[in-house]
Ligand binder design. Sequence first.
Ligand code: LLP
Length: 474
Amino acid sequence: MVSTPAPALDNSGRQYLPTLDPATASPNQVLMPLTARANAQNHLEIGGCDVTTLVERFGSPLYILDEETLRTACRQYREAFRQYYPGESLVIYASKAWNCLAVCAVVDSEELGLDVVSGGELYTALKAGVSPDKIYLHGNNKSVEELSLAVSAGCTIVVDNWQELKTLVSLAADSETSETAGGQPIRILLRLTPGIECHTHEYIRTGHLDSKFGFDPEQLDEVFAYVSQQPALLCVGLHAHIGSQIFELQAHQDLTSVMVQWLSKAAQYGLPISELDIGGGLGIRYTESDDPPSIDEWVKVICEGIIRACQRQGVAMPRLIAEPGRSLIGSACVTAYRVGGQKTVPGIRTYVTVDGGMSDNPRPITYQSVYRAVVANKLSAPMTESVAIAGKHCESGDIVIKDAKLPPTEPGDVLVVMGTGAYNYSMASNYNRLPRPAAVLVNQGDASLILQRETVEDLIRQDRLPERLVRREG
Ligand code: LLP
């Protein structure tokens, strides 16, 4: 699959219109969901639904998730592995990008597995009907309760450190738990820190040696020796993840040879290690200047790297696992807001305000992430204004987009920010006691509510007022 060009402005400076063929585009390379188009009223339509009408019906802010884009990304990953890897492979969705019942169910129906990082994500995945043998539990400080839940359900545990190894051994020794685990050894992978640097934001880099995640490869012999002595643990594989929003293929290519070296060492300890999980990390296009490789290119580099390294080292080809998050779901969703007012600071800038912000998308304030936006009800209007799109939170840094090109806006316009499928809802908060938005799954003209909008009642649901503070009349 060839690298596809970014959707551009049309000649008249109008707003982004998709210029890619949805049949061949790699979802991580598009600014808008694959089904985005302008309808007869020149309104933005996604999944066959007019975005302006969706906001009238479901309110704002609103996450609009395009099922076709998500399913296409799942299929492209699966098919690329089938094409480039002769051995067995499994794609598991890193559900930290967006974990809720409907998303788990869609991904599961595409035959992907699931990576979960907490008891909450695990509970949701199980409730969505995902089969435990396709669930991998991650985390650098899993609680005993989280481990017990995963073990008794029959999930695979990606062990991060010594403490966890020892907890698992004692859990297995605990007769109650081993009964719930069916007396079977606990299926584990070992997470290692590969010492590979990549160019991404410091906070989302995890593969360098100074990281809180995983065993240091220097300890590999010691860990293998320990694990090989534990009949309660069935160590089937090794895991590494180098970071997120990565555009260079080199880092992942380097990772394949490092991991196969570890694999060849495992044989010396008689460990039945047959799985390599190379993590996720493929980036997406948030702006025209972002140029990530396609899903197909990424998978090809990884498969070729593993095959080459296995041949070089005389190691049998492992079952290959990848766990992408952002590149599966990031471009499938947009967030629709209602425009409020404007404030112009003469000679400096104009602020256009929207009815959400850092509580529904904390990425700009956390990582200085840059997004693009369009006005859904004015798609044909030329983008003549340069403005800052400001959120409604009591914080100066709550700016959704610092330098946005928009047509002139009026209160009530529907402003759509693109590429909000990954790490938006999952990192959303109730800052300033804003209820979290609703989300709809759109497909061929149907819009199904998948997350109900929170209400003010939801906001105080967990509050408790001590008796002595209850205000009584008189
Ligand atoms: N596997 C592991 C072990 C991970 O830690 C992650 C992401 C993934 C897979 C999926 O990576 P992806 O394919 O999505 O790049 N909140 C940040 C991103 C944090 C990523 C954490 N780990 C953001 O909003 O950019």
